[in-house]
Design a protein around this ligand. Structure first.
Ligand SMILES: C[S@@+](CC[C@H](N)C(=O)[O-])C[C@H]1O[C@@H](n2cnc3c(N)ncnc32)[C@H](O)[C@@H]1O
Length: 263
C-alpha cells in the first residue's frame, strides 16, 4: 500500500510548521541535531524527526506544541517573495472558475513568485502540464526556488523566460491564466491557441483593467460567457463569547475575469 503524506514520518530537510499552545505558527527546516529557539523554550529537531505530522512535542519550557507539514496556503504566505502573489482565497476560485482539471495543458503568465504556479501544478497533476512564462530571469529563478522548496522536483512544469505579449508558442491549450498588467494584449494570442470550450482567465487589481479586458474579450469575437468577480473572504473569531468577524482582513486583492473560447 502506498504511504500517504500524513503517515510518512517527518524527515531531515523538510520544512515544518510548529503550532504553540496559543495556535501561533512558527516555521523551520528539520536538521539532525538542530534546535528551534522561541519564547516558549527550545524544540530539539531530533524530537520531531521520525514523527508523524500532527504529533505533539514538548518544549524545554514544558509547553506542548504540534508539528505539521505546512499547507500550500501557509507556505505561499510565508515564502520569500518579490512580487505580489495570488492569495489563497483567489487561488481556490481560480482553480474552479478556470476549471483546471487533472491532465490539463495550462499556460500561465507571469510566474512571479510561483504561488499560483504551485496550485496549478497540483491541479493538473502528473499527466498535465503547466507552461509558465516569465519575462524576468531573476523572478523565474526565485519562483523555481520556492516551487522546489515546497514541491520538490516537478516534471509537469515548463518554465519559459518569455514575454507573453509577443505570443504563445504552445498550441491546443485547455486554459490560459494571466496575472500581469495588460491581459487584454494576450486576448488574441489566447484565442488562437485555446481549444474550443477552453477557458481564458485573468487576475487584475483594478476595475479599469477589468473594463479593458472585458471589452477586448467581447470585441475579439472568439469568446462567450465573459464574467467578472471579486472574492471576499471574511474569517471569524470563535472564542467564548467573542463570536465575531476578525478585526482585520484582506479587504482587496483583485478581480477575476473569465471567458470561454467558442469553436
Ligand atoms: C504579479 S506577478 C505574478 C505573481 C504570481 N501569479 C504569483 O502568484 O506568485 C507578475 C509577474 O509577471 C511578470 N510579467 C510581466 N509582464 C510579463 C510578460 N509580458 N510576459 C511574461 N511575464 C511577465 C512580472 O515580471 C512578474 O513577475
Amino acid at each position: 500500500m502506498m504511504e500517504s503524506r500524513g503517515t510518512s514520518p517527518l524527515r531531515e530537510g523538510e520544512r515544518v510548521a510548529l503550532i504553540d499552545d496559543r495556535g501561533k505558527s512558527y516555521y523551520f527546516t528539520l536538521e539532525q541535531g538542530g534546535e528551534f529557539h522561541f519564547h516558549k523554550g527550545v524544540i530539539k529537531h531530533d524530537e520531531v524527526l521520525g514523527k508523524k505530522e500532527g504529533s505533539g512535542v514538548i518544549s524545554s519550557s514544558e509547553i506542548t506544541c504540534y508539528v505539521f507539514r505546512p499547507l500550500l496556503r501557509d507556505f505561499v504566505m510565508k515564502m520569500p517573495r518579490r512580487t505580489q502573489i495570488i492569495y489563497p482565497k483567489d487561488m481556490g476560485i481560480i482553480l474552479i472558475w478556470a476549471d483546471v482539471f487533472p491532465g490539463a495543458r495550462v499556460l500561465e503568465a507571469g510566474t512571479g513568485s510561483g504561488a499560483l504556479t504551485m496550485a496549478l501544478l497540483r491541479a493538473v497533476g502528473e499527466k498535465g502540464t503547466v507552461y509558465s512564462y516569465e519575462i524576468r530571469e531573476d523572478m523565474a529563478k526565485w519562483a523555481m526556488k520556492n516551487i522546489k522548496r515546497f514541491m520538490g522536483e516537478t516534471e509537469n512544469l515548463v518554465l519559459k523566460l518569455k514575454d507573453v505579449y509577443e505570443g504563445i508558442e504552445e498550441e491546443g491549450l485547455d486554459r490560459v491564466i494571466l496575472d500581469l498588467v495588460r491581459p487584454w494584449d494576450v486576448v488574441d494570442a489566447a484565442a488562437r491557441t485555446l481549444t474550443p470550450g477552453g477557458v481564458f482567465l485573468c487576475f487584475v487589481p483594478t476595475v479599469v483593467q477589468v473594463q479593458n479586458v472585458v471589452e477586448a474579450l467581447r470585441n475579439q469575437g472568439s469568446y462567450q460567457l465573459v464574467e467578472s468577480l471579486e472574492v471576499i473572504l471574511r474569517p471569524w473569531n470563535i472564542q467564548g463569547r467573542s463570536v465575531r468577524p476578525f478585526h482585520r482582513m484582506v479587504a482587496h486583492s483583485g478581480f477575476i475575469v473569465t471567458a470561454r473560447r467558442t469553436s
